[in-house]
Design a protein around this ligand. Structure first.
Ligand SMILES: Nc1ncnc2c1ncn2[C@@H]1O[C@H](COP(=O)(O)OP(=O)(O)OP(=O)(O)O)[C@@H](O)[C@H]1O
Length: 218
């Protein structure tokens, strides 16, 4: 279980962006969080992904408190949480082929052919693996980024507006793939978006941002 309790977080000397946010993500569940632009959804994802230290409150990962964040977070905790960001072009090195991007987080023990299996899982054909980011569409690059995240074998998948750059059909394909992954491998997913229809179509439960201070999901 990945849980946040009474989180407060912000940037620099600025005001709190998160003010007392609590949320619980249980294996086997897809939880959606909907909120308007700028309310703090990406900040919540960054804290839960151990990429941004909270100012107050706590994060627990499978029963253990998370005490260190960013580069100081223990690798064993970091590996359990995977993130897919909104902008695939900001999240992928433009010099690398899609093959290299997809395989970037595979453990050394990964079986031969794992890159191809992941690519196939997200709907990337083998010829696309030879291309670089500028030679593919946003949707194809986002598929590669999702495959890369899945390659690390995270238990908790955090998706930050991951379909915002995609057409409706690609968006539906990717969110249903995430649902299938959650069901199959007892993972859990948190999907944040401003798109209520998308969240309703794929989440077990959708929480409104303004309820997060009071509601525990899962
Ligand atoms: N690196 C940063 N430094 C300072 N302020 C930031 C930083 N990142 C975000 N903020 C501010 O924190 C607030 C919440 O931003 P955040 O990106 O978490 O919102 P969001 O709900 O994900 O927005 P959107 O839906 O537009 O992506 C905003 O006021 C934003 O300007």
């Amino acid at each position: 279980m990945l849980s946040a309790t009474a989180l407060t977080a912000g940037y620099g000397r600025g005001p709190d962006v998160l003010t007392g946010v609590s949320l619980t993500l249980e294996p086997g569940r897809v939880i959606g969080v909907q909120g308007p632009s700028g309310c703090g959804k990406s900040t919540l994802i960054r804290v839960l992904a151990l990429l941004h230290p909270p100012r107050g409150g706590s994060v627990h990962l499978d029963g253990e408190p998370v005490r260190r964040f960013r580069y100081a977070a223990p690798a064993a905790q970091r590996r359990r949480v995977g993130v897919v960001f909104q902008h695939p072009r900001a999240a992928a090195d433009p010099r690398h082929t899609l093959r290299r991007i997809v395989s970037a987080h595979l453990p050394p023990s990964a079986p031969d052919g794992e890159t191809e299996r992941l690519a196939d899982l997200v709907g990337l054909t083998p010829d696309l693996l030879r291309r670089r980011p500028h030679e593919v569409s946003d949707g194809q690059l986002q598929r590669a980024c999702l495959a890369r995240t899945l390659g690390a074998g995270p238990r908790y998948l955090l998706c930050d507006e991951m379909t915002a750059m995609l057409d409706a059909s690609s968006a539906a394909t990717l969110v249903h793939l995430i649902r299938a992954q959650v069901r199959q491998d007892a993972r859990a997913a948190l999907m944040v978006s401003h798109d209520s229809a998308l969240l309703e179509s794929c989440c077990d439960q959708t929480l409104q941002w303004h309820d997060l201070a009071a509601v525990t999901a899962g």
